[in-house]
Ligand binder design. Structure first.
Ligand SMILES: [Zn+2]
Length: 646
């Protein structure tokens, strides 16, 4: 029978601007999903967006649009970020989709018919922003205890789910299932919460107050409370109720959440499932919060760790690695650029980068890059292969606990062992004698296999890096096809493989560059980052007419020379079909003039001319850049000069 594995992130609130916290949960789920796929599981990894409720309705109203159009636009920000972060989700569910709404209605009707839902009057203090009622004693100075806003006294009829009756059962379930809520501190928190009587859950909102929700199937004057609606996403993705019951993917192996939504998941969700007659997830794992450089995340601090900006600056894999290595999953953590740079230099450039580089270097030097057949065995071999077997086993067990930081520490123990192996065998000495060369073949074969084992082990965390390593090792079989089994026995890599040493996978960040980065993250240097939730529908966007004002054209480079006394500028003569222009471009650090001639680039043709270092520039050439690289924009086919680009 095929082993299945279902893992979920929360569905993210669609009005939120995606930040490092969202990325953290999603990357964590992605790593577990990728590992289980490597291990041969049939994996289903789900994420999505929560799109109903008062705040969405209000934001849409403010933007002067229909809520559906509003969420159709906003949810894309999450989808796009997940593509950038190499997230391998199998589905992306939105609570405004028909497939979801149908199942919510089906479940509500079933519970209503079974007497699990009843109507009653309710009086309390209502906070509009938080969409919830408070009792008199909850209030702080007469205001909402959560957000401090003014609350309104409201009396109304609503529908309630009989949650309270399940308290004893839930306590029993938590006690009997050690791993149901992790980490342990969170489990204790919920057991503490359940010592008090458990209220029934108000699951409706009158339509007159809130229309943006799923209508109750048995009373069209009401819509469903957002949480009751949202939680069902984890099962509605599998189809209607009978299909869910038959699904190989339910119950979930892990449901990852932030610690702020622990109660909704371990109490509301658990009792809902009980009432529906479905098994509970095997594990709900609540992770901690990130501070930034020792401070609580505020708006300006959020900009500093804005996910897209971090990717531009450091690369996807570095961020994926750092977030899961720096802090044990479940605890609060601090994001500091200093610690990040430290990790890049010590763990990635030194430890990982060195092993790969020197292995490939020596293969090139002593065997023309061709992997030799192992020949003479030595005392150093057994400890290396034993360490590999030990680490692979330990890593597998640690995945059950989602102990990402420990997993990486284990993998780095193996890397240390491999680097020590190279030091102790001293290939540079072996190369000096004929006898030594026989031993050298074995040593470099083993070093290359150690690189491959490492690449497979880090692949769930750093998929791009693993692919790059395989390429340099000359292995065409993709990582997922090699699979975890390929490293359980030493010696999968084939003698005769032609390795290709490429660029360093993780260049060191030198002190000067590090200082520059640290300076740039001091607060308030940049307010342009995407902290613009709803402006996206107003001033943040331009119309097609506005865009068309920019006259972009293909231009062929005819001549190129460096501008004297300038480090960055190259003077170009370009052909626009109808005319030739002189353009200055700040690309000298990335391109040699000779590389540029004959190339077709994109020119902003109607830019006002400007003088740069005494030369007139009649236009601007488009290029993409981050701190490390600059690459000219272009086309993946041939176009004649002067063609409009749009
Ligand atoms: Zn509030």
């Amino acid at each position: 029978m095929k082993k299945t594995f279902f893992i979920t992130t929360p569905i993210y609130y669609v009005n939120d601007v995606p930040h490092i916290g969202h990325a953290y949960t999603t990357i964590a789920a992605d790593v577990a999903a990728r590992y289980k796929r490597l291990a041969g599981y049939d994996v289903f990894f789900l994420t999505g967006t929560d799109e109903h409720g008062q705040k969405v309705q209000q934001a849409a109203e403010q933007a002067g649009r229909e809520p559906q159009a509003h969420v159709d636009d906003l949810h894309v920000r999450f989808k796009e970020l997940w593509v950038r972060f190499s997230i391998s989700n199998n589905d992306f569910i939105r609570t405004t989709e028909e497939r979801h709404k149908k199942v919510v209605a089906e479940i509500l009707q079933k519970l209503y018919d079974a007497g699990e839902i009843y109507k009653d009057s309710y009086e309390g203090w209502y906070c509009m922003a938080d969409e919830r009622f408070w009792t008199e004693k909850d209030l702080v100075d007469g205001n909402c205890p959560e957000c401090g806003r003014k609350v309104d006294k409201i009396k109304e009829f609503n529908y309630f789910f009989k949650m309270g009756q399940y308290r004893d059962w839930l306590v029993e379930h938590i006690n009997q299932n050690e791993n149901f809520i992790q980490p342990r501190s969170r489990r204790n928190e919920i057991l503490g919460f359940l010592k008090k009587p458990l209220d029934d859950l108000c699951i409706s909102r009158p339509k007159e107050r809130l229309s943006w929700g799923i209508p109750l199937p048995f009373d069209d004057q009401y819509v469903t409370y957002v949480w009751f609606d949202a939680l069902i996403n984890y099962i509605s993705v599998h189809g209607h109720l009978e299909q869910i019951k038959d699904s190989d993917y339910w119950p979930a192996a892990h449901q990852l959440i932030g610690k702020d939504i622990l109660t909704t998941h371990s109490v509301y969700w658990a009792t809902m499932l009980k009432a529906i007659g479905l098994p509970l997830p095997q594990n709900i794992f609540a992770h901690g919060w990130w501070t930034v450089n020792g401070q609580k995340m505020s708006k300006s601090l959020r900009n500093v760790v804005e996910p897209n900006r971090l990717i531009d600056q450091f690369g996807v894999d570095v961020i994926r690695y750092f977030l899961l290595r720096e802090v044990p999953f479940g605890l609060d953590g601090d994001f500091s650029h200093k610690a990040l740079i430290g990790r890049i230099n010590s763990d990635l450039a030194n430890n990982l980068g060195n092993l790969l580089n020197r292995t490939l270097n020596m293969l090139k030097k002593y065997f023309k890059g061709e992997l030799p057949k192992p020949d003479v065995k030595g005392d150093e071999d057994a400890p290396l292969t034993a360490k590999s077997a030990e680490v692979i086993k330990q890593v597998d067990a640690l995945y059950d606990e989602l102990a990402y930081s420990k997993i990486l520490a284990k993998i780095w123990e193996f890397l240390d062992a491999a680097n020590i192996y190279v030091n102790d065998t001293a290939p540079w000495n072996l190369a000096k004698t004929d006898d030594g060369k026989k031993r050298l073949a074995t040593v470099l074969y083993n070093a290359a296999e150690a690189c491959r084992v490492t690449a497979i082990l880090i692949a769930p965390f750093m998929p791009e890096t693993a692919d790059k390593m395989m390429k340099q090792l000359g292995i065409d079989t993709p990582v997922d096809q090699q699979g975890l089994d390929s490293i359980k026995k030493w010696g999968w890599i084939q003698a005769g493989t032609q390795t290709h040493q490429g660029t360093q996978i993780f260049p060191r960040i030198e002190d000067k560059a590090a200082a520059k980065i640290l300076e740039s993250v001091t607060l308030g240097d940049d307010d342009s980052i995407s902290e613009k939730p709803t402006e996206a529908n107003g001033k943040g966007q331009i119309t097609i007419d506005e865009f068309m004002k920019v006259d972009l054209r293909t231009a062929k480079i005819l001549e190129a020379e460096k501008v004297k006394k300038s480090k960055k500028l190259i003077k170009l003569k370009v052909d626009l079909g109808t005319e030739q222009r002189q353009v200055l471009a700040g690309i000298a650090e990335a391109y040699e003039p000779e590389q540029l001639i004959g190339r077709t680039v994109i020119l902003v043709a109607n830019l006002k001319p400007a003088k740069l270092m005494g030369h007139e520039s009649q236009g601007m050439i488009l290029a993409g850049s981050n701190d490390q690289t600059l690459i000219l924009g272009g086309f993946d086919g041939d176009l004649p000069p002067g063609v409009r680009v749009k």
